[in-house]
Write a protein that binds this ligand. Structure first.
Ligand SMILES: NC(=O)c1ccc[n+]([C@@H]2O[C@H](COP(=O)([O-])OP(=O)(O)OC[C@H]3O[C@@H](n4cnc5c(N)ncnc54)[C@H](O)[C@@H]3O)[C@@H](O)[C@H]2O)c1
Length: 259
């Protein structure tokens, strides 16, 4: 069995939550398409997912797939896996679990349904989608999985999300580390990315100018993060050179959390 698929044009990377126009997922999808990968976008917003792959196909000419998928719904994810397998896309070599939601609700005001919604999308969604694509990677002896955590997990919030978001993103770190141990010998590596403050629609309209300025004032590189800052890191973690790196957490926070 080959332990390395050498050529990005023979590989597909699946990216969840890459519909959002100004989001980390779309920037990552575009970056990976520029490297030659075929791209599959799964997003709750099916029209947005389609727009992402239209832009990708026009700019990079790679094979694409998009579907309206709720990562927290096993049947929805299973249908997408079947559709990808039936398509003319090359084998899935990479998965970026990027779909996520946040909320700034203070702890005592969080109702159980909000707590569960944050965990359902961020944590259970990552579990469901990873479980769906991992068997194919194991079978082929090669895989790259990247999970989106957050600096919130590392320093106990302090950017935007509340305790539920911080706890959910910390769960991602534990899941990533434990799964890395289980699957490393199959040629599949899995790592977490922990972005700091990145200007996307996840906080759009929800932060005052003063709040934004206070966040940026604490960042050593003296600016908010760009989606490309995260996308470039993910591109490395989804690529062939990362084979001896697994279970790790990669900070991309402008130095806002140095530990
Ligand atoms: N922006 C930041 O500052 C920041 C910082 C740290 C971590 N993150 C994480 O990075 C990831 C991307 O964040 P972003 O800022 O680009 O967010 P975004 O809000 O711009 O995009 C999120 C995307 O996920 C999709 N989505 C939401 N729920 C879904 C579901 N159940 N099934 C499928 N798709 C779903 C949305 O439709 C949207 O397209 C998230 O996991 C987020 O928690 C973001």
């Amino acid at each position: 069995m080959s332990s390395l698929i050498p050529n990005s044009v023979d590989q597909t990377v699946v990216i969840t939550g890459a519909g959002s126009e100004r989001g980390i997922g779309r920037a990552t999808a575009l970056r990976l398409a520029s490297d030659g990968y075929a791209i599959a976008v799964l997003d709750l917003d099916g029209a947005a997912a389609r727009r992402t792959v239209e832009v990708i196909a026009a700019e990079h000419g790679v094979k694409t797939f998009s579907a309206k998928v709720d990562v927290a719904d096993g049947a929805s994810v299973a249908a997408a896996v079947a559709a990808i397998e039936a398509s003319d896309l090359p084998a899935v070599s990479g998965l970026v679990n990027n779909a996520g939601i946040t909320s700034p609700t203070r702890f005592l005001d969080i109702e159980l349904d909000e707590w569960e919604r944050i965990f359902r999308v961020n944590v259970t969604g990552t579990f469901i989608v990873t479980k769906a694509f991992l068997p194919g990677m194991i079978e082929r002896g090669y895989g790259r999985i990247v999970n989106l955590s957050s600096v919130s997990a590392q320093r106990g919030g302090g950017v935007f999300g509340g305790t539920h978001y911080s706890a959910a993103k910390a769960a991602i770190l534990g899941l990533t580390r434990a799964l890395a141990r289980e699957i490393g010998h199959h040629g599949v590596v899995i790592n977490s990315v922990a972005p700091g403050f990145i200007g996307t629609d996840i906080t759009a309209g929800k932060l005052t100018n003063e709040q934004r300025a206070a966040i940026v004032a604490e960042i050593p590189v003296a600016r908010g993060g760009e989606t490309s800052d995260v996308a470039n890191l993910i591109a490395y973690l989804a690529g062939p050179e990362v084979g001896y790196v697994t279970g790790a957490t990669f900070d991309v926070n402008g130095g806002s959390h140095i530990h």
